[in-house]
Design a protein around this ligand. Structure first.
Ligand SMILES: Nc1ncnc2c1ncn2[C@@H]1O[C@H](COP(=O)(O)OP(=O)(O)OP(=O)(O)O)[C@@H](O)[C@H]1O
Ligand SMILES: O=P(O)(O)OC[C@H]1O[C@](O)(CO)[C@@H](O)[C@@H]1O
Ligand SMILES: [Mg+2]
Length: 527
């Protein structure tokens, strides 16, 4: 059976019944698929049962088994295989409509036939490249007690020569969810540009996050190169963002009613969990929809990624606040500058901003516990800094020191715990401490929270956004769904969403980077 020049049929291995016949949906097609395959972590698995669970369950590995490494790697490869519509359907691909030949500037030295700008489906990148000689090597991350070399392969992102959608019949939708992040508009823009290069004409923006799928009055925004041409010149999201309110079944009802074939979700951990739930629900309902995510968070807390877009810009903006705190502190008698930066559960912004500014004496992050009082506490160290150099600058991540504060059970609309404000607590604590000991201290508190994320992307983030946005479209056309597009070990890659949302990425207190931060600040352990 042929639709739009592409052959489509149920996989032989899936259940066959009359309820699993293909059906047409307007000018596009939707398919039904068998439900007989086993799913784990929301993904289709091969029937092979492995005796090991890797990385997330290292303790399950039996290292006395001579074949443990092969089993580990098999498991890894299975976990990182990308969900694809051909897992479900027998689909024949067609030659891509994405071509850059017309833009080539090599003077024709390479014949057009030989030129190949496509990524092979078997291309892989290595996630880790260091062989640690021993588990005690600085920052070592080992699988087994001997710290053996184990390859961790991931799939290379980019345009494939063969695609699984007919561009002229595709309706693509873009949604931005969660908090703001520099670069959102750059990603939206590149997704639209790239879709148009493939030949997609029907592109819409969903307003205000997942809310736009079900809230009456929030209309789809038609998008085109002309509409998005200059949106990268300002921060924020052209489409709007929101937290909470997401009910997967209602979202998929809406996707079905709107006849969306490709959904691009730009968001953080929560949005990714939502995107994966949408992907699963679409499969359950036998809809041929590709759901592709782009990781967005200034917190940089997405697993396996070198960095998420917006992080660099946030760090750069944070430096301005740190510099102001430094100038205020240095110019005051016994000045203490205090800066609070975002980072709900991960202290990457605080750590990197401290490192890059070089002006921080104490950096406090959620991953490293500390005491404020006593001989080894932060307050004693601040006394020492005032004595020694006359002023000091402290940087705290919003999620730091939560064990020292009264817990609130409050959550935001998405269910994220609302943290107690450690910045304000620190400000009060420092003031009262120095008052109590009779030492003058001039505390200047700066909270640039929203300023570091409401701005336009810097150059490095703009490039990252450009590549991630383009790759998201390549991934959807290549037939993947339930995947995300990231930069891993300097290479652009596709990863299954299920693997990146198992937990937030956090600063490793044993990592070289945290040690470098300590070297730079000169702060002791506060215990
Ligand atoms: N487990 C989940 N399943 C389905 N949807 C979810 C899930 N977690 C969060 N969401 C939805 O995803 C959207 C974004 O979630 P959230 O507010 O946590 O932001 P985020 O994507 O993590 O970004 P940020 O980095 O700004 O926190 C919300 O609409 C929320 O309802
Ligand atoms: O005030 P909002 O919009 O909920 O966002 C605050 C949160 O957004 C983030 O920047 C990203 O999750 C967190 O660091 C912070 O807690
Ligand atoms: Mg989140």
């Amino acid at each position: 059976m042929t639709f739009s020049g592409m052959d489509i049929a149920l996989k032989a291995s899936t259940h066959s019944s009359t309820s699993q016949q293909h059906w047409l949906h307007s000018t596009r097609y939707r398919c039904q698929y068998g439900l007989g395959s086993t799913h784990l972590n929301g993904r289709k698995r091969s029937p092979m049962v492995l005796s090991v669970r890797a990385v997330s369950g290292k303790s399950d590995l039996d290292f006395s088994d001579p074949s443990w490494k092969e089993k580990y790697q098999e498991d890894w490869n299975r976990r990182f295989s990308l969900p694809h519509i051909t897992d479900i359907y027998d689909l024949k691909p067609r030659l891509t409509t994405f071509s850059l030949k017309k833009n080539r500037t090599d003077g024709g030295s390479l014949s057009a036939d030989k030129w190949n700008g496509y990524v092979n489906k078997d291309d892989r990148a290595l996630l880790k490249v260091i062989k640690y000689a021993s588990p005690t090597s600085a920052g070592a991350e080992c699988v087994d007690p001997d710290c053996s070399w184990v390859e961790h392969w991931i799939h290379r992102a980019g345009p494939r020569k063969e695609i699984y959608y007919e561009p002229a019949e595709v309706k693509a939708a873009i949604v931005t969810c969660g908090g703001l992040c520099p670069g959102l508009n750059d990603v939206i823009r590149q997704i639209v540009f790239t879709l148009e290069i493939y030949g997609v004409k029907n592109i819409v923006g969903i307003q205000f996050g997942y809310r736009g799928f079900f809230e009456k009055g929030l209309k789809e925004m038609p998008l085109s190169r002309k509409v998005v041409e200059n949106i990268n010149l300002s921060g924020g999201s052209f489409l709007g963002v929101s937290r909470g309110g997401a009910k997967t079944s209602e979202i998929v009802d809406s996707i079905q009613a709107r006849r969306i074939d490709m959904l691009f979700v730009i968001g953080g951990n929560g949005s990714h969990a939502g995107a994966n739930a949408i992907h699963e629900e679409c499969r359950k309902r036998k809809l041929k929809v590709s759901v592709v995510a782009v990781p967005k968070t200034i917190d940089n807390d997405i697993l396996f990624m070198d960095k998420t877009f917006g992080f660099d810009t946030a760090v750069e903006e944070a430096q301005r606040a740190i510099n102001s705190a430094y100038i205020e502190a240095r110019s005051a008698y016994h000045g203490i500058g205090l800066v609070k930066l975002m980072g709900r559960s991960s202290g990457f912004i605080a750590m990197q901003a401290s490192l890059s500014s070089g002006q921080i004496d104490v950096c406090l992050i959620p991953e490293v516990s500390f005491t404020l009082d006593g001989e080894h506490g932060v307050m004693r160290h601040l006394e020492h800094l005032l004595e020694k150099k006359g002023f000091c600058v402290v940087c705290v991540a919003e999620g730091a020191g939560q064990d020292l504060l009264q817990k609130s059970n409050a959550t935001d609309a998405s269910g994220n715990v609302i943290l107690s404000d450690f910045g304000v607590h620190m400000q009060q604590k420092i003031k009262s401490h120095f008052k109590d000991i009779g030492v003058p201290a001039d505390v200047k508190y700066i909270d640039p929270t929203y300023m570091v994320r409401a701005c336009r992307a810097n150059a490095s983030d703009a490039i990252l956004c450009t590549v991630l946005g383009q790759n998201a479209v390549h991934g959807a056309f290549a037939g993947f769904s339930g995947i995300t597009s990231g930069i891993c070990n300097t290479h652009y890659a596709f990863l299954p969403i299920t693997e990146v949302i198992t937990k937030p990425k956090r600063v490793n207190p044993n990592s070289r980077m945290w040690h470098r931060c300590l070297t730079s600040t000169g702060q002791p352990d506060f215990h």
